[in-house]
Design a protein around this ligand. Sequence first.
Ligand code: ZN
Length: 167
Amino acid sequence: MNYPESLSELIEAFKKLPSVGEKTAERHAFAVMKMDEEDSEFFSNAIKNVKIKIKTCEKCGNLSEEKLCLICSDENRDSSLICVVEDAKAVILLEKMGTYAGGYHVLGGVISPMDGKGPDDISIKPLLKRIKDEKVKEIIIAISPTIEGETTSLYISKLLEETDVVV
Ligand code: ZN
């Protein structure tokens, strides 16, 4: 059967989420339809706000609502140590472990010639600038061990070979 237009639009919206097919999308859409007005407002505002408010930290590239993320603005963290990660999700994962007290640098991807992604397409130059400006002593490379990830790790290690920075 054909749904009323607004309902089929909502179903289409849910289908944009990863691993949500027709049936799941329908179930979610019906659940939203049953919400009271307050909940549905909360739901739609949350979606809107995350788009409007979340930016990337000017320093490390992590997710942030301010110019600097919570980690970069935390004075208790060791700024001589930077952990280099692929994306902001990795920061969240590492933070959940709760044992690391240095800073981060989010590359925003890895070097992948197959996808036309070279060193200049990810945040490597800003990383080198930070290492210089912030007197970084040590960096930890925490990139996934795929071929592209390994290439990226090697590339960064090579760049730092003739510096005093410990990799
Ligand atoms: Zn930051």
